[in-house]
Design a protein around this ligand. Structure first.
Ligand SMILES: Nc1ncnc2c1ncn2[C@@H]1O[C@H](COP(=O)(O)OP(=O)(O)OP(=O)(O)O)[C@@H](O)[C@H]1O
Ligand SMILES: [Mg+2]
Length: 232
């Protein structure tokens, strides 16, 4: 099967500091990949690098066979990548509806499966709060809104950082996203629940990839779990 996303020997820098040291990773269309590892190991930097938000990157980042490395975030978004960052980033002074409609865009090949009505039906809480300003939402509601905004761009892959930070409803949302055939890279600390839903688990350590395999392969390696994830 053709890969949706291919990352090869990716190196990322913040100023003089090299944060990623040769990350290679491939994601198939519709695949759910969990990205885990201890604090400061480079998970957020990897997601931000894929979205074009890290100023200096080297190596390969291909989406559907075309390079997106070094492209602007807007171009990468148009190519089909959506980021749900930690801390979210909804527009506080705009309403729920305004936040959603401003993100609206056809996906690749003119795909428009995700409309305002569809997003509101997946997130009834957002429908109830439709006229509220972004700053009047709870953390969990802000997360739903950010995921709703990501879906409004009709993406091929959604990158979700610190997924359970908002609320536990994220697990339902991930199932919906998966049902749509949208690929995901999900960063979270809840390894048990991630292992239940993910097709693959990728463990990062010190800016590199330490393990890449199925949930059952990971769970059968207690030494790796303890060393890189602090699990006993
Ligand atoms: N803007 C930045 N400028 C310089 N260094 C940074 C910047 N952002 C992150 N770093 C450094 O890069 C390394 C990786 O950070 P990153 O945020 O990618 O880790 P993480 O795996 O997401 O951690 P966490 O689980 O705590 O969110 C850390 O050493 C961090 O201090
Ligand atoms: Mg992080």
């Amino acid at each position: 099967m053709n890969m949706l996303l291919t990352v090869d020997r990716l190196e990322s820098f913040y100023g003089p500091s090299q944060i990623l040291h040769g990350v290679s990773l491939a994601v198939k269309p519709g695949e759910q990949v969990a990205l885990i590892g201890r604090n400061g190991m480079g998970k957020t930097t990897l997601l931000r690098s894929l979205m074009g938000l890290v100023p200096r990157v080297q190596g390969t980042i291909d989406l559907n066979g075309s390079s997106i490395r070094g492209k602007k975030p807007e171009t990468i978004s148009q190519a089909g990548v959506a980021l749900v960052p930690e801390g979210r980033g909804v527009f506080g002074s705009l309403t729920v509806i305004e936040n959603l409609t401003m993100a609206s865009r056809a996906g690749r090949d003119g795909k428009r499966g995700w409309t305002l009505d569809r997003v509101l039906s997946v997130f009834p809480r957002l429908a109830q709060r439709r006229g509220n300003g972004g700053h009047q939402l709870s953390g969990g509601e802000q997360q739903m809104l950010t995921i709703g905004r990501a879906l409004m761009t009709n993406p091929e892959i959604v990158l979700i950082d610190e997924a359970t930070e908002g609320s536990d409803e994220i697990w339902k949302t991930l199932a919906v996203i998966r049902g749509e055939g949208i690929a995901t890279i999900v960063v979270d600390k809840d390894i048990k629940n991630l292992a239940k839903v993910a097709d693959r688990m990728v463990v990062m350590s010190k800016g590199g990839i330490e393990f890449d395999g199925t949930p059952s392969e990971l769970l059968s390696q207690p030494e790796l779990l303890e060393r890189h994830l602090g699990l006993h």
